[in-house]
Design a protein around this ligand. Sequence first.
Ligand code: AHZ
Length: 324
Amino acid sequence: MSTTQTATETSQLSLTGGTIHHALSDVVKTNDWSDFKFTPIRESTVSRAMTSRYFKDMDKYAVADVIIIGAGSSGLSAAYVICKNRPDLKVVCIESNVSPGGGAWLGGQLFSAMIMRKPAHLFLDEVNVPYEDEGDYVVVKHAALFTSTVLSEVLKFPNFKLFNATAVEDLVTRPAGNNGEVTAAGVVTNWTLVTMNHDTQSCMDPNVIELAGYQDDGSRDTSAKHGVILSTTGHDGPFGAFTAKRIVQIDGNQTVAGMKGLDMNHAEAAVVKMSGEYKGVGNVYFAGMESATLHGLNRMGPTFGAMAVSGIKAADEILKHFAA
Ligand code: AHZ
């Protein structure tokens, strides 16, 4: 073996001429794969297999217990904790992008490694994401390892549905109390490509997902827990900070303060502290960088502990709401 040969290369070389094992080893008997064939299918069968499930999901999640807006690192972390603790709750996540994950496919400035300050590593332990322990902080070798792992765990929960390439365009609100208070009662959705084209086409009306807790006539069903919205749409941008910007128009009492300059130590603690229930419009929670934008907190740049932990904190509050 040459001194530059890797262990993988060595094992590959030792396989040459030996038996190769892969998923199709028992199906393919000929050396040139000439006996390989797929089971037959009709094109319409493929179409029905997809669309029937999608529309069944749209029907099932037309009323949801938890609506998470945005599938970035904070939203996915929250989804994991809620789904794991309460398999009976219907949790739906609306993600405007085709690819869920938000900014968590890379660490920072397009670098691969993801940094998390302790004790956020405990969440990595829970979802089995390996890391290098650097003492006060840990390093995941590629941010995509964190994101793909949490995403795949969340997608496996039977009570979770992700509608990606779908944008939240507005909130559904209803009166709550006699003094002009309102509560969130759902979200207004559209295909993201439609949302991006409202200026180029005539009216393209949206769809709605309603929060649980209402009777057929729209009045409050007091025997049922009211559903909640958790918004994790990130800092201000073309789609970002969506609910923060919308809710202050509804609330009238608060403003979107805008995120402040980078300060890792202050930002991460503050984002966790300020994430959770929004006081002003009922049944709305925030986590992640949207909290920083709403409350005028520092940004933390390329360190992701507060994203996971703020998602977990918001999830903790939401679970307490459903447990009460
Ligand atoms: O596509 C957005 C992204 O995946 C999605 N989103 C935004 N608006 C939406 C809408 N409807 C549906 N109206 C929407 N989806 O929300 C997701 C937000 O993910 P993110 O990674 O941007 O947010 P996060 O708060 O989870 O993580 C922020 C990561 C950052 S930014 C930052 C800095 O700038 O200093 N530092 C960190 C760690």
